[in-house]
Write a protein of this length. Structure first.
Length: 463
């Protein structure tokens, strides 16, 4: 037996036996004039042996003394723990040695204290399994009494086993419910790979009798294109005693081939002897039709998505780019894969545009021809026009934004050029008007001078 496999009580019994042997040996050595040193050395070696086992055993171990008030057990103090105690419970040794359980667990309702007190009083060891609430795990504990008023615990973490058992029970419950429903087409086979049972839903589905389906008869209804693959998966899994999952078409009573999802599992009897396979099938024809429609739609969408000149994108409410079309690479310096996962708001030339954009989108739910200025990695400004729509989750909260972006930099440059030319023409027009007005004023002044000198006016100001 490995040291890890021994209980604390067994280790204590072994230590007591070794101590008794040491006392006898010590007396013998002294009688034989061998000296006290040899006896003490042998005793020390046995103490070291116990200490080594205590320190290296895989099970958690602790020594405790019961605290009594007026003869009644009210608490216990932890005297010593091994490294496995720390590892399993996640509690450091320095945090528990010499401390009361009520102090450590911060409760007057100390876990399992009634058992510990009983063992410390009677000396009768007890073993049990239970959930240890302070650490949130399941433990298997053996409690024994090393001395009056004391107890020791040897324990192991059985959480994974308990959870696995719960999972198995849940699966068994679900399977029983499934087998008793009319949703699943259930079959079983023996150790010879031949089918020996089909439930009523199966027979109703195929429109055949149990006798017709027995053995390999059921395979007559499998679509010829699916038969070889179906048989290969079944035989390979059967020979290795492994669960399998496969999809194939089976002829319906109407003559139509319908898609089935077949889940097969090795079947064992109560003595864990392999008894064949049990399987249940689901009609997934409608799902297949939907998948095919989605595939065709996806191909169409992908073709448009990959070739459209506008940039389609999807972002979450934090601005992270979830998807963006390859056409983004038509804008210099932008790479699609680099942008996915990054924040679109980092590309805004003006950071305040982010809140303006989101505010408008939340108010209207949809924006069209919304213009923004973006900045490339090297600082080049790009003018874009955005169409965006806010999408909500099933609870009515904003979930993500779908949008289309178009680079309008050339158009904006043309608009700005035209604007500049218009402003220049307006400026020159104003200069021309001012010049004309000045000429009129000069002509008036000349005419006035001529009139004062008795000479006729030279200029007709209104010509």
């Amino acid at each position: 037996m490995n040291p890890e496999d021994k209980t604390k009580n067994e280790l204590l019994q072994e230590l007591q036996q070794l101590q008794q042997e040491n006392q006898a040996l010590k007396a013998l050595l002294l009688d034989e004039n061998s000296g006290q040193y040899k006896a003490e050395l042998n005793f020390s070696e046995n103490e070291n042996k116990f200490s080594s086992i205590f320190q290296t055993m895989a099970s958690g171990c602790c020594f405790d003394e019961v605290i009594y008030e007026d003869g009644v057990a009210v608490d216990y103090r932890i005297l010593d723990v091994n490294p496995a105690y720390e590892k399993i419970l996640g509690i450091k040794r320095v945090d528990v040695i010499g401390k009361l359980a009520s102090e450590i667990y911060k409760t007057d309702n100390i876990p399992f204290f009634d058992i510990y007190a009983r063992v410390a009083e009677t000396g009768v060891s007890e073993s049990f399994e239970s959930f240890f609430e302070p650490c949130g795990i399941y433990l298997k504990i053996t409690t024994s009494r090393p001395a009056a008023g004391m107890f020791s615990n040897v324990f192991m973490d059985i959480t994974q086993r308990i959870l696995a058992e719960d999972t198995i029970r849940e699966i068994e419950t679900q399977y029983r419910n499934l087998a008793n429903s009319d949703l699943a087409l259930i079959w079983t086979s023996g150790t010879d790979k031949l089918c020996n049972y089909f439930n009523d839903p199966w027979l109703k589905f195929t429109g055949r009798t149990l006798t017709q389906e027995y053995g390999n008869g059921w395979a007559e209804g499998v679509h010829p294109d699916d038969f070889d693959n179906c048989l290969s998966i079944y035989i390979k899994a059967f020979d290795q005693r492994l669960p399998f999952e496969m999809e194939y078409r089976l002829r319906h009573a109407s003559g139509e081939y319908r898609w089935l999802l077949d889940l097969g599992t090795p079947n064992y009897d109560s003595h864990n002897v392999f008894a064949g396979y049990i399987g249940h099938c689901f009609d997934i024809t409608e799902r297949k039709k939907i998948e095919e429609a989605l595939r065709i739609s996806e191909e169409k969408y992908r073709s448009i998505f990959d070739n459209v000149q506008d940039v389609f994108y999807q972002i979450d409410m934090e601005g992270k780019i979830l998807e963006i079309s390859p056409s983004i690479e038509n804008i210099p310096e932008f790479k699609r894969l680099d942008l996915i996962g990054s924040s679109v708001f980092d590309l805004y030339n003006d950071p305040t545009d982010r809140e303006k954009f989101l505010s408008e989108l939340r108010i209207h739910g949809e924006l069209k021809d919304y213009e923004l200025t973006m900045r490339s990695y090297s600082g080049i400004l790009k003018y874009v026009s955005i169409n965006a729509r806010l999408n909500y989750d099933h609870k009515g909260f904003p979930h993500h934004i779908d949008g289309a972006l178009r680079d309008i930099s050339e158009r904006k440059q043309e608009e700005m050029t035209r604007q500049k030319l218009s402003e220049e023409l307006l400026h020159f027009g104003r200069l021309a008007i001012n010049r004309e007005n000045r000429m009129i004023e000069l002509k008036k002044e000349i005419n006035n001078l001529l009139v004062e000198q008795g000479v006729a006016e030279k200029y007709n100001i209104y010509e």
